[in-house]
Design a protein. Structure first.
Length: 71
């Protein structure tokens, strides 16, 4: 969806910089994970950013797995 504006349209890109389901799927595919796992990781990351955290956090191979454990 234009996930950054919250319109609820998962596949609509209002502006070239908007984030859509296709973008998240492409990121999941590139990391060899499911869309569901990628969404969970984005959700956790978004919660960190919203709470003022977001620096010094491991990325890449330290991604969260579907079990909620670090991979």
């Amino acid at each position: 969806m234009c996930m950054n504006c919250g319109c609820g349209e998962l596949d609509k890109r209002h502006h070239p910089t908007d984030i859509t389901r296709e973008d998240v799927q492409r990121a999941a595919d590139g990391s060899g994970m499911t869309l569901k796992d990628a969404v969970r990781n984005v959700q956790r990351s978004s919660e960190q950013l919203a709470s003022g955290q977001g620096t010094g956090q491991p990325t890449g191979s330290a991604a969260w797995s579907s079990s909620g454990k670090r991979a």
